[in-house]
Design a protein around this ligand. Structure first.
Ligand code: GDP
Ligand code: IMO
Ligand code: MG
Length: 429
């Protein structure tokens, strides 16, 4: 067996959580491979709306194992809250969730450092979720970090204190005011919760499972355009959000990757700072934000909105080796008579069809193709045969431009509002 990878192709919030939940019945194991509580993955079913931050989106299904891989960074405080919320919903978290001992821990001082660093950047701020992601990955690559496997060590508190001491010096450098004593009790309560969960060498677990023909789905967080290497640096997150991140974040060899499922919205959104070529700062953008309820699942911030950007989508497909696409939130565009799709850019006076190194608005502007909208409520559709012609045309246009089949069209947030295009050449549906 091989590991299928599901990831976001834009700037995050594409609807990964919903689709992982929809696909989980086909898999035995769901594994998160990077990011941390900067993610907010929303699932809706049976009238329940639930947002997961660190826990994989397969957790609501019975007899499935959810692995938090070594590439993930865990904030014990947020993790405890997530677990408490699941227990309230009678989810048997302890039997379904396992953690890699190699996953790094987000300390309260990492969160403080994130806030201090952002404040110091002023108008150049990244727009971080302030969950301590950047400072934690910095300590990981700087070889200073604390890992889940350290919590059993008799020296854990001493290691914690030594790292906090370093962080205090940095916080002094930033001249940042804080009260750590207020934050620490919740952190150590969270550590006790981690101790109550199964902690393993998940790379062995995953590879043994593969050898035993178990079906595994790797769940990405953020989006390809927020990748530390290939995103719009420095306005990115601090991990490899792309398919390669599944190898390093779960311990899977590249030749064990199977299908690569790319999730994208029928338009684009971005939360936080950084370039966004098709951004709409007008009433059209406002309408998309309103119909799509485009407010952050983690921070509640309004998301920036814009038309679908094909050069950016093609870039993400290339970097990830996407074998199959899934288009989300088609219902949100139902009110528009016409819909625009960016096919090229004007880059310093030249027409190009690829995403360049720097796509700041002063260098680049989009060329659009305008297509007819479907002007029909899609939320009640229950088969792709009922899709209006204009939506089929929109899909055919994207498939032709990208060369990748679209296997699912999502028409609402609920699990059931998912149109599976059985006729297309796709492996996972
Ligand atoms: P993720 O981070 O990729 O898992 O995405 P988020 O959960 O942050 O954001 C996606 C939002 O869109 C959530 O509020 C979902 O409930 C919602 N959503 C997902 N698919 C659809 C869809 O097809 N239509 C609509 N209207 N909402 C959707
Ligand atoms: P999911 O998994 C959308 C954005 C932040 C900011 C930048 C860096 O729900 O799709 P960080 O906190 O990582 O230092 O923030 O990345 N960002 C996300 N945007 N969805 C996410 O996750 C995001 N995680 C981080 O807004 O611009
Ligand atoms: Mg999200």
């Amino acid at each position: 067996m091989k590991v299928d990878v599901l990831l976001g192709l834009q700037w995050g919030d594409e609807g990964k959580g919903k689709i992982v939940d929809v696909l989980t019945p086909k898999y035995d194991i769901i594994g998160r491979f990077q990011g941390g509580p900067n993610a907010g993955h929303t699932l809706e079913f049976n009238g329940i709306k639930h947002v997961l931050h660190t826990i994989p989106s397969g957790i609501f299904h019975d007899n499935k194992i959810n692995v938090v891989g070594n590439g993930v960074v865990i904030d014990p405080v947020i993790f405890k809250k997530e677990i408490d919320a699941l227990i309230k919903l009678n989810v048997d978290v302890k039997s379904k969730l396992i953690l890699s001992k190699r996953a790094h821990l987000i300390l309260p001082t990492h969160r403080l450092l994130d806030a201090a660093s952002e404040a110091a950047k002023g108008s150049n701020k990244i727009g971080s979720t302030l969950k301590g992601i950047g400072p934690t990955y910095m300590d990981k690559t700087g070889r200073n970090g604390l890992r889940v496997g350290d919590i059993d060590s008799p020296n854990f508190k001493a290691k914690y204190d030594a790292l906090v001491e370093k962080h205090k010096q940095l916080l002094n450098f930033y001249n940042y005011q804080y009260n750590l004593e207020e934050l620490e009790p919740a952190f150590f309560e969270g550590i006790e919760v981690l101790k109550s969960l199964k902690r393993i060498e998940s790379e062995h677990y995953i590879n043994d499972a593969l050898n035993n023909n178990k079906a595994i789905l790797a769940e990405g967080a953020q989006g390809s355009l927020l990748d530390i290497d290939f995103g719009s640096y420095p306005f990115v997150t601090s991990s490899n959000t792309i398919c390669a991140g599944a190898c390093t974040g779960l311990g899977i060899a590249p030749n064990k990757i199977g299908n690569v499922i790319g999730i994208f919205k029928a338009y684009c959104t971005r939360v936080g700072s950084g370039p966004f070529p098709t951004e709409l700062n007008d009433e059209v953008g406002e309408q998309i934000r309103k119909s799509g309820n485009e407010f952050g699942s983690t921070t509640g911030r309004p998301r920036r909105t814009g038309w679908l950007d094909l050069p950016a989508l093609k870039y993400a497909i290339m970097i990830n080796g996407v074998t199959e696409l899934m288009m989300m939130k088609a219902d949100v565009l139902s009110d528009f008579k016409t819909i625009k799709i960016c096919t090229h850019y004007n880059y310093q006076g030249k027409k190009i069809d690829y995403l360049p190194f720097d796509y700041s608005p002063e260098l680049l502007s989009p060329f659009y193709t305008e297509v007819k909208g479907w002007h029909k409520d899609l939320t009640e559709l229950n088969s792709p045969d009922q899709m209006p012609k204009e939506l089929n045309d929109y899909i055919a246009f994207i498939e032709k431009e990208t060369g990748v089949p679209i296997s699912i069209v999502s028409v609402g947030p609920d699990r059931t509002q998912t149109l599976i295009r059985k006729g297309v050449k796709a492996a996972t549906v």
